[in-house]
Design a protein around this ligand. Structure first.
Ligand SMILES: C[S@@+](CC[C@H](N)C(=O)[O-])C[C@H]1O[C@@H](n2cnc3c(N)ncnc32)[C@H](O)[C@@H]1O
Length: 335
């Protein structure tokens, strides 16, 4: 295994107009309805437009990121105080309700949550090497129901999809000539991107029924029905030997942000062992959440115990709309 040093990929947050915005003290200044609406409009522009057109791109300006993140935090703080306030100096009930509803939507969007039902986001990646056609996809992030964390696209998926389009993960000619399995697909960004690059056959899998129906929607949205199939695959069932087998094994398996519970480490290592062809590769991107270091350590150990060889690993920074800036780890495992 060789490990490259971080390539200085630093996320560039969407440009922010929030720094110059004057935010009145809620209780002390008691801003009137019109003033609040003017501020809410700017927040809507900032958070909701950003949600529809996420730019989780990288740049070299750490200072810029910190400033922008600070502005976002200030905004969320102000919106939270606004919602918590009785707003009793605004006499019209409907106006108070409108303020609360708009502020809640902005907070939800700022935290990466879909505020009012599903949202369709546009994703784009530069043209892969040897092509002059940028990759563009539409991905529906559904509404969070129960425990389906696959309701939204996560930062790891963006980073892995980007590696796929740039040839920084599997070689492009390999993508274009083999079948790919994605596990824990969520909204499907990684697998669908592989299909857009020219992979002839992609199987997107997850265990959650809401997630599966949403990702099937995304397959249709991008008119990839002839290339991409969707199936249920529950890691726990595979690991426990419950009969639930895919029809084939794969040269390439991909996964993004799929190791966040202790049990995942064991289950996923067994899933990969079961469905990877000899000489296949598993490409994985995970966030290094400070709260989940144990899970990642355990996962690395389980992969080793299952006989996998870590051919490449690289840490990098990335950004998403749920947590902001975060460290990520990219892996290539061979058997
Ligand atoms: C944090 S989300 C990541 C989704 C997507 N890969 C992304 O990065 O945007 C984790 C995904 O793993 C799926 N998942 C969790 N437990 C699973 C299991 N036992 N079997 C299969 N999929 C599972 C969830 O439904 C969810 O879609």
């Amino acid at each position: 295994m060789h490990e490259k040093t971080s390539n200085q990929l630093i996320p560039k947050v969407v440009h922010s107009s929030l720094e110059s915005l004057h935010l009145p003290f809620i209780q002390k200044e008691q801003p009137n309805y019109e003033t609040i609406c003017t501020i809410l409009q700017q927040f809507e522009h900032h958070f909701l437009d950003r949600q529809a057109n996420p730019i989780w791109e990288t740049s070299n300006s750490q200072e810029y990121i910190e400033e922008t993140s600070f502005a976002n935090r200030n905004a969320i703080d102000w919106l939270t105080k606004l919602i918590a306030s009785p707003l009793d100096w605004i006499n019209v009930d409907l106006q108070r309700e409108e303020i609360i509803e708009r502020a809640a939507k902005c907070i939800a969007a700022a935290c990466g949550k879909v505020a009012s039902g599903p949202i369709i986001r546009d994703w784009s990646f530069p043209a892969p090497p040897g092509s002059n056609k940028p990759i563009t996809l539409k991905i529906r992030d559904s509404t969070l129901l129960d425990d389906d964390v696959g309701f939204k696209t996560w930062g790891a998926a963006y980073l892995l999809a980007k590696r796929c389009t740039s040839g920084q993960a599997m070689p492009l000619d390999k993508i274009q000539s083999t079948s790919i399995l994605e596990i824990g697909t969520g909204t499907g960004l990684v697998g669908l991107t592989c299909a857009m690059i020219g992979c002839p056959s992609v199987l997107l899998t997850d265990y959650h029924l809401n997630v599966l129906s949403n990702v099937a929607y995304n397959v249709n949205l991008n008119q990839l029905q002839n290339i991409v199939k969707v199936e249920k695959l529950d890691w726990k069932e595979v690991a426990n030997g419950v009969k639930q087998e895919l029809q084939q094994n794969f040269d390439i398996i991909v996964g993004a942000d799929i190791v966040y519970e202790v049990a995942h480490a064991n289950w996923i290592s067994k899933v990969i062992k079961q469905y990877m062809k000899k000489d296949g590769i598993f490409y994985l991107m995970v966030p290094l959440r400070p709260t989940h270091t144990l899970e990642i350590e355990l996962f690395e150990r389980c992969m080793e115990e299952q006989g996998f060889f870590l051919q490449y690993r690289q840490d990098q920074q990335g950004l998403d709309d749920f947590i902001g800036i975060q460290n990520y780890r990219y892996y290539e495992f061979r058997y």
